[in-house]
Design a protein around this ligand. Sequence first.
Ligand code: GRF
Length: 208
Amino acid sequence: MSPGGDVRVAVLLSGRGSNFLALHQAMSRGEVPARIVVVVTDKPKAAGAAKAEDLGIPAVAVSRRGLTREQHEERILEALRRHRAEWVCLAGYMRLLSPLFVAAFPQRILNIHPSLLPAFPGLDAQRQAWDHGTSVSGCTVHLVDEGLDSGPIVVQRPVPVTADDDPDSLAARILTEEHQAYPEALKRLLTTSWEVEGRRLKFFEERA
Ligand code: GRF
């Protein structure tokens, strides 16, 4: 931990970075005992990386171009080690992590997904829900394992699908919930005792 007891968090992203910002803002308000020490992106032009730089948070771009998956992940892990990251939050990071990467941060990697998992994993989850005709969708924050959007669930928030929704309006309402759910999940994991039992997260009392 860094001075002050804040947990050192790395954010991995590939795009606009609104969940990164929501995490950062919740930390700045003192709601989550953590701080973002580095933002890593596989897309050098990601808007989220520019937002990090504007905030004075180091942003590291590691393009996949010309690298094997192993080399790419090793470079990212180097950046995480250099910044002494203790937790990793995936926030719109569009690559599946290898088992080796996951093992480098055992039960310390979180992801946010815009559906109520296990429904609609993978790409374009909001459109998948809308196409399927569900009356409820939502978002899920989960620990990351080797699978696709498959680790133990930390927090879920439902979002009703209305008659006049389209995939974009649904995605926008889900995103608003994501911005609440992600800080809430990280806070819960950092301030309570818990363990993973099978697929389930078991929470105990608040830490002293
Ligand atoms: C979010 O919908 C998140 O659930 C998904 O990717 C999107 C990222 O959005 N994994 P943003 O870059 O955080 O704005």
